[in-house]
Ligand binder design. Sequence first.
Ligand SMILES: *[C@@H]1O[C@H](CO)[C@@H](O)[C@H](O)[C@H]1NC(C)=O
Ligand SMILES: *[C@@H]1O[C@H](CO)[C@@H](O)[C@H](O)[C@H]1NC(C)=O
Length: 209
Amino acid sequence: MASTFVMYVTICLVFGFLSSPIAQAGDPDIITDFVIPANATLDGSSFTFTGTRNLYATEPPPTFTVTKIGMKEFPALNGQSVSMAVLDYPAGSVNPPHTHPRSAELLFVIEGSLDVGFIDTTNMLFTQTLQPGDLFIFPKGLVHFQYNKNTTELATAISAFGSANAGTVSVPMSVFTTGIDDAILAESFKTDVATIQKIKAGLAPNPKA
Ligand SMILES: *[C@@H]1O[C@H](CO)[C@@H](O)[C@H](O)[C@H]1NC(C)=O
Ligand SMILES: *[C@@H]1O[C@H](CO)[C@@H](O)[C@H](O)[C@H]1NC(C)=O
């Protein structure tokens, strides 16, 4: 009798776990080998991305720049649960606090030095200074940033994501450029409307807004 009950509880726990969000922490699985746009030629080129080939043929960008290689840019990533980004940080530039709702980020520093950090859900801040060859993991969904504090040298990094479409929510952009009422922001940030308007004026409009 007791052993039947234990088995029943075990089965409930196993099935409960399998159907819980924890068991589905990545992109949904596909039931074909790959997903290629219907009108595309199916050969090696379907699985090749050359959009980054000439990334360093010109001068490095003057402002912080992210070159995303997700399923929008590279359709064959659809269903493969991976994507990348190339990050260029001119001297003194910052990648402002942001999150990726659908993936952790594994950052690899190629050149220069980066001060990085993330904040967990208890508001604990974790920071590190990275040099070329170092890797840092930003856990999925947590707010994080990178800063090149060097005043003369650029920094370059490559990030890998465990989603074909990791998504980015920029904290300054989502909070201050999407039309949230000044009074609501002033109350939320315990400041006045003039200060909120000053912050809003300093941020370029969100191209997606
Ligand atoms: C396939 O169709 C899409 C959407 O209509 C278009 O953007 C793309 O250029 C097409 N690709 C080819 C290889 O014809
Ligand atoms: C900037 O980087 C260069 C090269 O690594 C280093 O020699 C210099 O001390 C750094 N400057 C600052 C302000 O960190």
